[in-house]
Design a protein around this ligand. Structure first.
Ligand code: SF4
Ligand code: SF4
Length: 317
């Protein structure tokens, strides 16, 4: 039987560089003390002009939702008290259900149990802390007509709320369904804790995660760490482990990328996300055909008018 707890020995995990260490002193002012997790991530060195990101190792997630709470707390996001969100879903132990304009982190629970087995023995429970992927080629940024969505000096994707006009183009433009409107009718999603980055701090979610499932740092370092972790898991016999969004093939690379234990669709992720502009060549081709047809129709109409006027002149003679 597969278990959440059949991980390689902890000693091996600790050999991965720059992992947070249990017992590290809490960082003053971080959300860690408020969430009570007490095992903050180690300080990470990064600078402006460098691409930073998240490497989320879903094999380490325990579903505690400390990341969700830390995100809400740091970004002062309201609880969703409407009937859609403030309820038990009835089909999952996950009671926050989805990302939204005021929930920038969401820990998905993938619960796979035989309904015929009342004791839920032999099932599988996968967890994944989902967030904006801060795509290198970002559909939301591509379609925003006001310039409200920008790329920061840390290569993250940021919404300037005071510039957003609430048109919702970005909602349709994101291939991951990340963006929604907030309570003020403007677009909301993960800011990558832009204010914390400017102060040299680790984003709140990665700071709070007690298991290092969410790891923060320069993307190039995270990629090396992810490669090492993947190799470790595969050598331990977990052959379904794979990286998602680590490479340029997916939207130029996702600055927030994942280690999964099954197919992307198992976690509700698209296998091959694409940009809205991918549809342009087809539309552009149709436009060209329409323009040529309109031109031919115009020439024929002019010719007809000329013939009519010649015939009218001959009749008048
Ligand atoms: S995941 Fe969606 S919202 Fe985030 S950067 Fe990519 S396209 Fe934009
Ligand atoms: S990612 Fe970390 S903080 Fe978030 S639920 Fe999983 S273990 Fe908890």
């Amino acid at each position: 039987m597969r278990s959440l707890f059949n991980l390689p020995p902890l000693v091996e995990q600790q050999q991965i560089p720059a992992q947070p260490q249990v017992g590290d002193a809490p960082v003053p002012g971080s959300p860690v003390s408020a969430t009570g997790t007490g095992t903050p991530a180690a300080p990470v060195s990064f600078q402006r002009g460098q691409s930073v990101g998240f490497f989320t190792d879903t094999t380490l997630c325990i579903g505690c939702k400390a990341c969700e709470v830390a995100c809400k707390e740091w970004n002062q996001l309201p609880a969703e008290l409407d009937a859609k969100h403030f309820r038990l879903s009835g089909n999952s132990y996950d009671n926050t259900v989805a990302l939204s304009g005021t929930t920038y982190r969401h820990v998905k629970f993938v619960e796979q149990f035989e309904l015929s087995n009342p004791n839920r023995v032999g099932g599988r429970w996968l967890m994944m802390s989902d967030v904006c992927k801060h795509c290198v080629q970002a559909g939301c940024l591509e379609v925003c007509p006001t310039g409200a969505i920008t790329r920061t000096e840390f290569d993250t994707v940021y919404i300037q709320k005071d510039v957003c006009n609430g048109c919702r183009y970005c909602v349709a433009g994101c291939p991951y369904g990340v963006i929604e409107m907030d309570q003020d009718g403007v677009a909301g999603k993960c800011t990558f804790c832009y204010d914390r980055l400017q102060a040299g701090l680790t984003p709140a979610c990665a700071q709070a995660c007690p298991t290092a499932s969410i790891q923060f740092g320069p993307v190039s370092e995270l990629q090396q760490r992810a490669d090492a972790r993947l190799l470790q898991l595969q050598q331990a016999g977990r052959t379904q482990a794979r990286l998602y969004g680590r490479d340029e093939a997916m939207l130029g690379g996702l600055n927030s990328f994942y280690l999964l234990e099954d197919t992307p669709s198992t976690y509700g992720l698209p296998e091959a996300p694409h940009l809205p502009s991918r549809n342009l060549p087809a539309t552009g081709g149709l436009g060209l055909v329409a323009a040529v047809l309109a031109g031919i129709a115009g020439v024929l109409a002019m010719r007809r008018r000329r013939i009519d006027s010649v015939e009218a002149a001959e009749e008048a003679r």
